[in-house]
Ligand binder design. Sequence first.
Ligand SMILES: Nc1nc2c(c(=O)[nH]1)N[C@H]1C(S)=C(S)[C@@H](COP(=O)(O)O)O[C@H]1N2
Ligand SMILES: [Mo]
Length: 444
Amino acid sequence: MSNKSRARPERSLVELYRDDPERADALAWGRRGALRGTALASMGAALGVSIPFADRLPAGVLPELLARPASAQTASDAPQVFRMEGKEPLILLGDRPLVAETPEHQLDEAVTSFKNFFIRNNGQMPEPATNPDGWQLTIDGEVNTPLTMTIGDLRSRFPNVTLQLQMECGGNGRGAFAPQTRGNQWGNGAIANAEWTGVRLRDVLNAAGLKPSAIYTGHFGADPHLSGATDRQAINRGMRIAKAMDEDTILAFRMNGQPIPHIHGAPLRLITPGWPGSFSQKWLTRIWIRDKVHDGAGMGGTSYRVPTNPIVPGSNNNGASFRELESMPVRAILSSHAHGSRLPAGTRALNLRGAAWAGDLTVRAVHVSTDFGASWTEMQVAAPANRHAWQRWTGRVALPSDGYFEIWYRATDSEGTMQPHAAANWNPQGYGANPISRAAVLVG
Ligand SMILES: Nc1nc2c(c(=O)[nH]1)N[C@H]1C(S)=C(S)[C@@H](COP(=O)(O)O)O[C@H]1N2
Ligand SMILES: [Mo]
Protein backbone atom coordinates (compact mmCIF):
# COMPACT_ATOMS: atom_id res chain seq x y z
CA MET A 1 0.00 0.00 0.00
CA SER A 2 1.40 3.41 -0.86
CA ASN A 3 2.22 5.95 1.83
CA LYS A 4 -0.47 8.19 0.51
CA SER A 5 -3.18 5.58 0.92
CA ARG A 6 -1.83 4.69 4.35
CA ALA A 7 -2.27 8.28 5.47
CA ARG A 8 -6.04 8.11 5.05
CA PRO A 9 -6.59 4.45 4.34
CA GLU A 10 -10.31 4.10 5.14
CA ARG A 11 -11.49 6.55 2.53
CA SER A 12 -8.98 5.54 -0.05
CA LEU A 13 -9.86 1.88 0.13
CA VAL A 14 -13.57 2.53 -0.28
CA GLU A 15 -12.90 4.98 -3.08
CA LEU A 16 -10.51 2.57 -4.68
CA TYR A 17 -13.16 -0.13 -4.61
CA ARG A 18 -15.55 2.17 -6.42
CA ASP A 19 -12.98 3.20 -9.02
CA ASP A 20 -10.77 0.15 -9.50
CA PRO A 21 -11.97 -2.96 -7.67
CA GLU A 22 -9.17 -5.17 -8.99
CA ARG A 23 -6.44 -2.91 -7.72
CA ALA A 24 -8.27 -2.47 -4.41
CA ASP A 25 -8.39 -6.25 -4.03
CA ALA A 26 -4.71 -6.56 -4.70
CA LEU A 27 -3.89 -3.90 -2.13
CA ALA A 28 -6.24 -5.15 0.55
CA TRP A 29 -5.97 -8.86 0.16
CA GLY A 30 -2.59 -9.59 -1.36
CA ARG A 31 -1.89 -12.42 -3.77
CA ARG A 32 -3.24 -15.33 -1.79
CA GLY A 33 -6.49 -13.73 -0.81
CA ALA A 34 -5.46 -13.16 2.83
CA LEU A 35 -6.69 -9.89 4.27
CA ARG A 36 -3.61 -7.77 4.91
CA GLY A 37 -3.10 -6.52 8.46
CA THR A 38 -3.03 -2.88 7.48
CA ALA A 39 -6.21 -3.18 5.43
CA LEU A 40 -7.94 -5.01 8.26
CA ALA A 41 -6.83 -2.42 10.80
CA SER A 42 -8.00 0.41 8.59
CA MET A 43 -11.37 -1.26 7.98
CA GLY A 44 -11.80 -1.78 11.72
CA ALA A 45 -10.86 1.85 12.33
CA ALA A 46 -13.35 3.00 9.68
CA LEU A 47 -16.10 0.94 11.28
CA GLY A 48 -15.15 1.96 14.81
CA VAL A 49 -15.03 -1.63 16.09
CA SER A 50 -13.12 -4.85 15.46
CA ILE A 51 -14.28 -7.46 12.95
CA PRO A 52 -14.33 -10.74 14.92
CA PHE A 53 -14.84 -12.91 11.83
CA ALA A 54 -12.34 -11.00 9.65
CA ASP A 55 -10.48 -14.26 8.97
CA ARG A 56 -13.58 -15.54 7.14
CA LEU A 57 -14.13 -12.46 4.97
CA PRO A 58 -13.84 -13.84 1.43
CA ALA A 59 -11.18 -12.25 -0.76
CA GLY A 60 -12.53 -9.21 -2.52
CA VAL A 61 -15.46 -8.73 -0.18
CA LEU A 62 -15.54 -5.29 1.40
CA PRO A 63 -17.50 -4.92 4.66
CA GLU A 64 -21.02 -3.95 3.64
CA LEU A 65 -21.08 -0.89 5.90
CA LEU A 66 -18.13 0.56 3.98
CA ALA A 67 -19.52 -0.36 0.57
CA ARG A 68 -23.06 0.78 1.38
CA PRO A 69 -23.13 3.30 4.23
CA ALA A 70 -26.24 3.16 6.40
CA SER A 71 -28.44 6.17 5.71
CA ALA A 72 -28.01 7.63 9.19
CA GLN A 73 -24.23 7.55 9.04
CA THR A 74 -23.50 10.81 7.32
CA ALA A 75 -25.72 13.59 6.08
CA SER A 76 -24.20 13.56 2.60
CA ASP A 77 -24.93 9.85 2.11
CA ALA A 78 -28.46 10.13 3.45
CA PRO A 79 -31.06 9.32 0.81
CA GLN A 80 -33.77 11.84 0.06
CA VAL A 81 -36.82 11.24 2.17
CA PHE A 82 -40.31 11.14 0.71
CA ARG A 83 -43.07 12.28 3.05
CA MET A 84 -46.78 11.93 2.42
CA GLU A 85 -49.72 12.11 4.81
CA GLY A 86 -50.47 8.67 6.22
CA LYS A 87 -47.13 7.19 5.14
CA GLU A 88 -43.99 6.52 7.10
CA PRO A 89 -40.97 8.24 5.56
CA LEU A 90 -39.98 6.43 2.33
CA ILE A 91 -36.82 6.72 0.23
CA LEU A 92 -37.39 9.07 -2.72
CA LEU A 93 -35.95 7.53 -5.90
CA GLY A 94 -37.58 9.95 -8.35
CA ASP A 95 -40.12 12.75 -8.29
CA ARG A 96 -41.13 12.89 -11.97
CA PRO A 97 -42.58 10.31 -12.13
CA LEU A 98 -42.95 9.74 -8.39
CA VAL A 99 -41.05 6.66 -7.23
CA ALA A 100 -40.46 5.87 -3.54
CA GLU A 101 -39.00 2.80 -1.87
CA THR A 102 -39.87 1.41 1.55
CA PRO A 103 -36.83 1.06 3.82
CA GLU A 104 -36.40 -2.70 4.19
CA HIS A 105 -36.71 -2.79 7.99
CA GLN A 106 -40.12 -1.04 7.74
CA LEU A 107 -41.48 -4.12 5.96
CA ASP A 108 -41.98 -5.75 9.34
CA GLU A 109 -45.76 -6.18 9.17
CA ALA A 110 -47.24 -9.53 8.07
CA VAL A 111 -49.69 -7.56 5.94
CA THR A 112 -48.19 -4.41 4.43
CA SER A 113 -50.19 -1.35 5.43
CA PHE A 114 -50.65 1.78 3.35
CA LYS A 115 -48.05 3.58 5.43
CA ASN A 116 -45.29 1.21 4.31
CA PHE A 117 -46.39 0.55 0.73
CA PHE A 118 -43.83 1.54 -1.93
CA ILE A 119 -44.84 3.79 -4.85
CA ARG A 120 -44.01 3.32 -8.52
CA ASN A 121 -45.56 5.65 -11.06
CA ASN A 122 -44.53 5.78 -14.71
CA GLY A 123 -46.64 8.76 -15.69
CA GLN A 124 -48.58 11.55 -14.03
CA MET A 125 -51.20 10.91 -11.38
CA PRO A 126 -54.78 10.94 -12.75
CA GLU A 127 -57.47 13.05 -11.10
CA PRO A 128 -59.15 11.15 -8.23
CA ALA A 129 -62.47 9.57 -9.28
CA THR A 130 -65.40 11.60 -8.03
CA ASN A 131 -67.82 8.63 -8.12
CA PRO A 132 -65.75 5.47 -7.53
CA ASP A 133 -68.72 3.09 -7.78
CA GLY A 134 -69.51 4.45 -11.23
CA TRP A 135 -65.93 3.84 -12.50
CA GLN A 136 -66.10 1.80 -15.69
CA LEU A 137 -64.00 -1.09 -16.94
CA THR A 138 -64.19 -2.24 -20.55
CA ILE A 139 -63.22 -5.73 -21.72
CA ASP A 140 -62.92 -5.91 -25.50
CA GLY A 141 -60.90 -7.41 -28.33
CA GLU A 142 -60.89 -11.20 -28.79
CA VAL A 143 -64.08 -11.84 -26.79
CA ASN A 144 -67.56 -12.96 -27.85
CA THR A 145 -69.30 -10.24 -25.85
CA PRO A 146 -67.42 -7.02 -25.13
CA LEU A 147 -68.37 -5.78 -21.66
CA THR A 148 -68.39 -2.41 -19.94
CA MET A 149 -69.10 -2.69 -16.24
CA THR A 150 -69.00 -0.43 -13.22
CA ILE A 151 -67.26 -1.46 -10.02
CA GLY A 152 -70.75 -1.90 -8.57
CA ASP A 153 -71.53 -4.39 -11.37
CA LEU A 154 -68.29 -6.30 -10.79
CA ARG A 155 -68.89 -6.51 -7.05
CA SER A 156 -72.46 -7.77 -7.37
CA ARG A 157 -72.08 -10.04 -10.39
CA PHE A 158 -69.00 -12.10 -9.46
CA PRO A 159 -67.81 -13.84 -6.27
CA ASN A 160 -65.71 -11.48 -4.13
CA VAL A 161 -62.35 -12.79 -2.93
CA THR A 162 -59.94 -11.46 -0.29
CA LEU A 163 -56.30 -12.56 -0.52
CA GLN A 164 -52.86 -11.54 0.70
CA LEU A 165 -50.87 -11.02 -2.48
CA GLN A 166 -47.25 -10.05 -3.07
CA MET A 167 -46.61 -7.28 -5.57
CA GLU A 168 -42.95 -6.60 -6.37
CA CYS A 169 -41.50 -4.20 -8.90
CA GLY A 170 -39.60 -5.99 -11.69
CA GLY A 171 -36.66 -3.74 -10.88
CA ASN A 172 -36.51 -4.60 -7.17
CA GLY A 173 -32.85 -5.15 -6.25
CA ARG A 174 -31.64 -3.26 -9.35
CA GLY A 175 -29.04 -1.33 -7.33
CA ALA A 176 -27.08 -4.58 -6.97
CA PHE A 177 -26.18 -4.80 -10.66
CA ALA A 178 -22.58 -4.10 -11.64
CA PRO A 179 -22.12 -2.19 -13.84
CA GLN A 180 -25.04 -0.02 -12.84
CA THR A 181 -28.02 -0.15 -15.19
CA ARG A 182 -30.54 2.52 -16.10
CA GLY A 183 -33.65 2.88 -13.98
CA ASN A 184 -34.47 3.48 -10.34
CA GLN A 185 -31.72 2.07 -8.12
CA TRP A 186 -33.98 0.01 -5.87
CA GLY A 187 -32.67 -1.81 -2.82
CA ASN A 188 -34.95 -4.61 -1.58
CA GLY A 189 -37.92 -2.39 -0.73
CA ALA A 190 -40.07 -2.47 -3.89
CA ILE A 191 -42.27 -5.22 -2.45
CA ALA A 192 -45.60 -5.19 -0.65
CA ASN A 193 -47.89 -7.91 0.64
CA ALA A 194 -51.26 -6.27 1.23
CA GLU A 195 -54.67 -7.90 1.58
CA TRP A 196 -56.68 -7.24 -1.56
CA THR A 197 -60.42 -7.65 -2.16
CA GLY A 198 -61.90 -7.88 -5.62
CA VAL A 199 -63.16 -10.30 -8.23
CA ARG A 200 -61.20 -12.85 -10.23
CA LEU A 201 -60.21 -11.60 -13.68
CA ARG A 202 -60.93 -15.16 -14.84
CA ASP A 203 -64.60 -14.89 -13.93
CA VAL A 204 -64.96 -11.64 -15.86
CA LEU A 205 -63.14 -13.02 -18.90
CA ASN A 206 -65.36 -16.11 -18.83
CA ALA A 207 -68.42 -13.85 -18.76
CA ALA A 208 -67.13 -12.01 -21.83
CA GLY A 209 -66.28 -15.32 -23.48
CA LEU A 210 -62.72 -15.68 -24.77
CA LYS A 211 -62.38 -16.48 -28.45
CA PRO A 212 -59.92 -19.28 -29.36
CA SER A 213 -57.66 -16.55 -30.78
CA ALA A 214 -57.28 -14.87 -27.34
CA ILE A 215 -53.66 -15.29 -26.24
CA TYR A 216 -52.72 -12.05 -24.45
CA THR A 217 -54.14 -9.15 -22.46
CA GLY A 218 -53.36 -5.42 -22.79
CA HIS A 219 -53.98 -3.15 -19.76
CA PHE A 220 -54.95 0.51 -19.85
CA GLY A 221 -54.98 3.00 -16.97
CA ALA A 222 -56.26 6.54 -16.51
CA ASP A 223 -52.87 8.08 -15.63
CA PRO A 224 -51.66 10.57 -18.26
CA HIS A 225 -48.33 10.05 -19.99
CA LEU A 226 -45.47 12.01 -18.41
CA SER A 227 -45.34 14.26 -21.50
CA GLY A 228 -49.05 15.02 -21.23
CA ALA A 229 -49.60 13.60 -24.73
CA THR A 230 -53.17 12.23 -24.78
CA ASP A 231 -52.40 9.61 -27.45
CA ARG A 232 -49.73 7.92 -25.32
CA GLN A 233 -50.05 5.59 -22.34
CA ALA A 234 -47.89 5.99 -19.22
CA ILE A 235 -47.59 2.21 -19.17
CA ASN A 236 -49.60 -0.33 -21.14
CA ARG A 237 -48.48 -3.88 -20.48
CA GLY A 238 -50.13 -7.26 -21.00
CA MET A 239 -49.76 -10.88 -19.98
CA ARG A 240 -50.24 -14.36 -21.29
CA ILE A 241 -53.84 -15.53 -21.00
CA ALA A 242 -52.82 -18.38 -18.66
CA LYS A 243 -51.77 -15.86 -15.99
CA ALA A 244 -54.89 -13.77 -16.56
CA MET A 245 -56.90 -16.97 -15.89
CA ASP A 246 -54.98 -17.79 -12.67
CA GLU A 247 -57.41 -17.75 -9.75
CA ASP A 248 -55.15 -15.29 -7.85
CA THR A 249 -55.12 -12.62 -10.58
CA ILE A 250 -57.79 -10.19 -9.46
CA LEU A 251 -59.51 -6.92 -10.25
CA ALA A 252 -59.14 -5.26 -6.85
CA PHE A 253 -61.30 -2.51 -5.39
CA ARG A 254 -60.24 -2.75 -1.75
CA MET A 255 -56.85 -2.85 -0.04
CA ASN A 256 -56.56 -3.93 3.60
CA GLY A 257 -60.33 -3.66 4.07
CA GLN A 258 -60.51 -0.05 2.83
CA PRO A 259 -61.10 1.55 -0.55
CA ILE A 260 -57.76 1.50 -2.42
CA PRO A 261 -55.75 4.67 -1.72
CA HIS A 262 -55.59 6.93 -4.78
CA ILE A 263 -51.82 6.62 -5.18
CA HIS A 264 -52.10 2.81 -5.34
CA GLY A 265 -54.58 2.80 -8.20
CA ALA A 266 -58.06 3.71 -6.88
CA PRO A 267 -60.72 2.83 -7.48
CA LEU A 268 -59.81 -0.27 -9.53
CA ARG A 269 -56.51 -1.98 -10.21
CA LEU A 270 -55.22 -5.31 -11.40
CA ILE A 271 -53.24 -7.42 -8.99
CA THR A 272 -51.10 -9.95 -10.85
CA PRO A 273 -49.21 -11.48 -7.92
CA GLY A 274 -45.73 -12.96 -8.21
CA TRP A 275 -45.03 -11.25 -11.54
CA PRO A 276 -43.40 -7.83 -12.02
CA GLY A 277 -45.55 -5.08 -10.52
CA SER A 278 -45.95 -3.53 -13.97
CA PHE A 279 -48.53 -6.26 -14.75
CA SER A 280 -50.69 -4.84 -11.91
CA GLN A 281 -52.22 -1.90 -13.75
CA LYS A 282 -53.42 0.94 -11.50
CA TRP A 283 -56.43 3.17 -12.27
CA LEU A 284 -57.61 0.39 -14.61
CA THR A 285 -60.06 1.38 -17.35
CA ARG A 286 -59.73 -1.27 -20.06
CA ILE A 287 -58.44 -4.76 -20.76
CA TRP A 288 -57.97 -5.40 -24.46
CA ILE A 289 -57.84 -9.10 -25.28
CA ARG A 290 -55.28 -9.68 -28.03
CA ASP A 291 -54.63 -12.35 -30.66
CA LYS A 292 -50.87 -11.68 -30.43
CA VAL A 293 -48.34 -10.65 -27.82
CA HIS A 294 -49.44 -7.20 -26.66
CA ASP A 295 -47.26 -4.37 -27.98
CA GLY A 296 -48.07 -1.37 -25.76
CA ALA A 297 -45.78 0.92 -23.72
CA GLY A 298 -43.37 -1.15 -21.67
CA MET A 299 -43.51 -4.22 -23.94
CA GLY A 300 -40.80 -5.62 -26.20
CA GLY A 301 -37.10 -4.85 -26.58
CA THR A 302 -35.35 -4.73 -23.23
CA SER A 303 -38.44 -3.58 -21.26
CA TYR A 304 -39.25 -6.03 -18.48
CA ARG A 305 -37.31 -8.62 -20.44
CA VAL A 306 -34.19 -10.58 -19.55
CA PRO A 307 -31.59 -12.41 -21.68
CA THR A 308 -32.25 -16.06 -22.52
CA ASN A 309 -28.45 -16.42 -22.82
CA PRO A 310 -26.24 -14.22 -20.63
CA ILE A 311 -24.87 -11.09 -22.34
CA VAL A 312 -21.68 -9.18 -21.55
CA PRO A 313 -22.42 -6.93 -18.55
CA GLY A 314 -22.52 -3.32 -19.69
CA SER A 315 -23.03 -4.19 -23.36
CA ASN A 316 -25.75 -2.85 -25.60
CA ASN A 317 -28.49 -5.14 -26.77
CA ASN A 318 -31.78 -4.64 -28.57
CA GLY A 319 -33.44 -7.44 -26.59
CA ALA A 320 -34.32 -9.45 -29.69
CA SER A 321 -33.43 -12.73 -27.99
CA PHE A 322 -34.70 -11.75 -24.54
CA ARG A 323 -37.69 -13.31 -22.81
CA GLU A 324 -40.44 -11.66 -20.79
CA LEU A 325 -39.69 -11.52 -17.05
CA GLU A 326 -42.73 -13.30 -15.63
CA SER A 327 -42.55 -15.15 -12.28
CA MET A 328 -40.18 -13.11 -10.05
CA PRO A 329 -37.09 -14.82 -8.60
CA VAL A 330 -36.72 -15.89 -4.95
CA ARG A 331 -35.77 -13.19 -2.42
CA ALA A 332 -35.60 -12.73 1.35
CA ILE A 333 -35.76 -9.46 3.26
CA LEU A 334 -34.73 -8.74 6.85
CA SER A 335 -37.13 -6.55 8.82
CA SER A 336 -35.93 -6.91 12.42
CA HIS A 337 -32.67 -4.98 12.02
CA ALA A 338 -31.88 -2.00 9.83
CA HIS A 339 -28.54 -2.12 8.02
CA GLY A 340 -26.05 -0.32 10.28
CA SER A 341 -27.96 -0.94 13.55
CA ARG A 342 -26.04 -0.41 16.78
CA LEU A 343 -26.71 -2.85 19.62
CA PRO A 344 -25.64 -2.61 23.27
CA ALA A 345 -22.28 -4.06 24.34
CA GLY A 346 -22.69 -7.61 25.55
CA THR A 347 -25.41 -8.54 23.05
CA ARG A 348 -24.77 -12.22 22.35
CA ALA A 349 -27.79 -13.24 20.28
CA LEU A 350 -29.96 -11.74 17.58
CA ASN A 351 -33.66 -12.48 17.19
CA LEU A 352 -34.19 -12.11 13.48
CA ARG A 353 -37.30 -11.80 11.35
CA GLY A 354 -38.23 -11.00 7.81
CA ALA A 355 -40.16 -12.19 4.79
CA ALA A 356 -39.39 -14.24 1.71
CA TRP A 357 -41.22 -15.01 -1.54
CA ALA A 358 -40.54 -16.59 -4.92
CA GLY A 359 -42.97 -15.35 -7.58
CA ASP A 360 -45.38 -18.17 -8.50
CA LEU A 361 -43.37 -20.62 -6.39
CA THR A 362 -43.09 -20.88 -2.62
CA VAL A 363 -40.09 -20.55 -0.30
CA ARG A 364 -38.63 -23.79 1.02
CA ALA A 365 -35.94 -22.34 3.31
CA VAL A 366 -34.25 -19.19 4.58
CA HIS A 367 -30.67 -19.39 5.87
CA VAL A 368 -28.64 -16.80 7.76
CA SER A 369 -24.88 -16.43 8.17
CA THR A 370 -23.15 -14.07 10.61
CA ASP A 371 -19.61 -15.13 9.66
CA PHE A 372 -19.44 -13.89 6.06
CA GLY A 373 -20.96 -17.04 4.61
CA ALA A 374 -18.66 -19.59 6.27
CA SER A 375 -21.56 -21.24 8.12
CA TRP A 376 -25.32 -20.94 7.76
CA THR A 377 -28.25 -21.40 10.18
CA GLU A 378 -31.68 -22.41 8.96
CA MET A 379 -34.54 -20.10 10.00
CA GLN A 380 -38.21 -21.05 10.56
CA VAL A 381 -40.33 -20.17 7.54
CA ALA A 382 -44.10 -19.90 7.98
CA ALA A 383 -46.55 -21.16 5.38
CA PRO A 384 -48.04 -18.42 3.20
CA ALA A 385 -51.48 -17.10 4.27
CA ASN A 386 -52.60 -18.25 0.82
CA ARG A 387 -50.93 -18.98 -2.50
CA HIS A 388 -49.01 -15.89 -3.76
CA ALA A 389 -48.69 -14.36 -0.27
CA TRP A 390 -45.19 -13.80 1.04
CA GLN A 391 -43.90 -15.97 3.90
CA ARG A 392 -42.64 -14.59 7.19
CA TRP A 393 -39.51 -16.07 8.73
CA THR A 394 -37.96 -15.90 12.21
CA GLY A 395 -34.86 -17.27 13.87
CA ARG A 396 -32.12 -16.69 16.39
CA VAL A 397 -28.36 -16.57 15.92
CA ALA A 398 -25.60 -16.36 18.54
CA LEU A 399 -22.71 -13.86 18.48
CA PRO A 400 -19.31 -14.66 20.03
CA SER A 401 -18.34 -11.14 21.18
CA ASP A 402 -18.86 -7.45 20.61
CA GLY A 403 -17.78 -6.10 17.23
CA TYR A 404 -18.83 -5.67 13.62
CA PHE A 405 -21.03 -8.42 12.18
CA GLU A 406 -23.01 -8.91 9.03
CA ILE A 407 -26.27 -10.75 8.71
CA TRP A 408 -26.29 -12.50 5.35
CA TYR A 409 -29.73 -13.82 4.46
CA ARG A 410 -30.66 -16.07 1.60
CA ALA A 411 -33.85 -17.82 0.54
CA THR A 412 -34.32 -21.05 -1.42
CA ASP A 413 -37.44 -21.59 -3.52
CA SER A 414 -39.58 -24.72 -3.76
CA GLU A 415 -37.57 -25.91 -6.77
CA GLY A 416 -34.28 -25.65 -4.86
CA THR A 417 -33.03 -22.46 -6.52
CA MET A 418 -31.15 -20.19 -4.10
CA GLN A 419 -30.39 -16.51 -4.27
CA PRO A 420 -26.99 -16.12 -5.99
CA HIS A 421 -23.94 -14.46 -4.41
CA ALA A 422 -24.03 -11.58 -6.90
CA ALA A 423 -26.69 -10.11 -9.19
CA ALA A 424 -26.78 -12.45 -12.17
CA ASN A 425 -27.95 -12.32 -15.80
CA TRP A 426 -27.09 -8.64 -16.24
CA ASN A 427 -29.47 -6.81 -18.59
CA PRO A 428 -29.60 -3.18 -19.79
CA GLN A 429 -32.65 -2.18 -17.75
CA GLY A 430 -31.71 -4.11 -14.64
CA TYR A 431 -34.45 -6.67 -13.97
CA GLY A 432 -34.42 -9.69 -11.73
CA ALA A 433 -31.42 -8.92 -9.46
CA ASN A 434 -31.79 -11.07 -6.34
CA PRO A 435 -28.34 -11.57 -4.81
CA ILE A 436 -27.91 -12.67 -1.19
CA SER A 437 -28.49 -9.58 0.96
CA ARG A 438 -26.21 -8.30 3.72
CA ALA A 439 -27.03 -6.07 6.70
CA ALA A 440 -24.36 -4.82 9.11
CA VAL A 441 -24.85 -4.70 12.89
CA LEU A 442 -22.43 -3.12 15.35
CA VAL A 443 -22.35 -4.56 18.86
CA GLY A 444 -20.86 -2.32 21.55
N1 LIG B 1 -51.64 2.82 -14.45
C1 LIG B 1 -50.45 2.47 -13.97
N2 LIG B 1 -50.31 1.26 -13.40
C2 LIG B 1 -49.12 0.87 -12.88
C3 LIG B 1 -47.97 1.70 -12.96
C4 LIG B 1 -48.15 2.99 -13.56
O1 LIG B 1 -47.22 3.79 -13.66
N3 LIG B 1 -49.39 3.33 -14.05
N4 LIG B 1 -46.77 1.27 -12.49
C5 LIG B 1 -46.61 -0.19 -12.39
C6 LIG B 1 -45.40 -0.62 -11.71
S1 LIG B 1 -43.97 -0.58 -12.61
C7 LIG B 1 -45.43 -1.11 -10.42
S2 LIG B 1 -44.05 -1.74 -9.71
C8 LIG B 1 -46.68 -1.06 -9.63
C9 LIG B 1 -46.47 -0.22 -8.38
O2 LIG B 1 -47.66 -0.14 -7.63
P1 LIG B 1 -47.74 0.86 -6.39
O3 LIG B 1 -47.39 2.24 -6.84
O4 LIG B 1 -49.13 0.74 -5.86
O5 LIG B 1 -46.73 0.35 -5.39
O6 LIG B 1 -47.77 -0.52 -10.34
C10 LIG B 1 -47.81 -0.83 -11.72
N5 LIG B 1 -49.03 -0.34 -12.30
MO1 LIG C 1 -42.37 -1.70 -11.40
